[in-house]
Design a protein around this ligand. Sequence first.
Ligand code: ZN
Length: 402
Amino acid sequence: MRETRSQAFTARWLWPGPGRPRENWQVTLRDGRVSAVGPRRLGQPAQDLGEGLLLPGLVNAHCHLELAGLAGLLPPDGDFVGWVQRLVRLRPSQDPAQAARQTADAASRMARCGVALVADITNTGLARQALFAAGLHAISLFEALGPSNCQPPPPQLTWQDGRLAAQGVAAHAPYSVPGPRIAALKALAGGQAFSIHMAESIAEMELFAGDGPQGRRLAEFLFGRGADVAGLGLLARRPLAHLRALGVLDRRTLLVHGAQLSPDEAHELAADGPSLCLCPRSNLGLTRTMAPAPLLLAAGVNLCLGTDSPASTPDLNLWNEMKALAEHYPGLAPDAILEMATGGGARALGLDQRFGRLAEGMHAPLCFVPLDSRPELKHVLEAVVLAAGPAAARAIGNEKIS
Ligand SMILES: [Zn+2]
């Protein structure tokens, strides 16, 4: 008979999902899933985590873990095309054994700061073992490049020892994958998540508009790699309109970056239904800008957060992405930012029945953020997002690392 493992945790504050934190609640985990959440019950044993906030495990909705070997070698300087050129030059020179070690370390560090689920872009599948070994739930999104490179396998929502070890489909970007192939990849993804980078840089926007020095540089770079812009089959002068014309925008599509989206496009995106993943520090580093998050939220777009690759961001700590977002848009409510890093990511991946909230049936691990100060209720989430989370968040209920 299978052993049943049950453990209860309590903390001064608990944030089950959007809204205010609850004081002195507890959550019970049974066999790696939440079996109960509610006010602390006297007499029922629970591990008291103390002063701090207990919340759902985070969802990193966009990562490229297999680039961990390039960490620190390509500091972004605002020149997107130059950065891509350096990345392509350096990537083949990685030592496979060292890259595997760095990938394992990066996965472990990401898990330690309270991430539960990762959507990891891959061309090789090499990071899958590292994700599993770190106790993370993961969808490895196999990414197609160019007219025919890196054809993804069909999606599979596989569970292994109680953890999600799924595979899914991604296309690199509308400027690097021909339109008909993007449509075919979306069809291959079927009802599962389909991810594509979009409207990341000025160069991409100029390439679509057919005018501008950065667009010409990007087109020349692509041509040098055997991909002619004429072969992309562009259907519009903006990447969002191109994807709409291809018929690939719906609730199962996850657009990544959107740093160059216009206010009009924010409203169009809400009508189309895809989610948008911001990678705040990567966006600021590579393009000196970020998607208009307040406008997108007000329009009703489902937003989520990713770290992007270790090659374009200083670390894979999603709390640092929340802090960067909060500092860039000081008017954003802390609970909206936390929701982007939890429920928003789960919804974007079609997994909101299993991740992103503290409710019965949701999967561990959870996340705990200790608070040194004793903020009033109305300041708890702000303290967590701006200071305590990046400094000291940790995973709860991840048996691989605790
Ligand atoms: Zn990416």
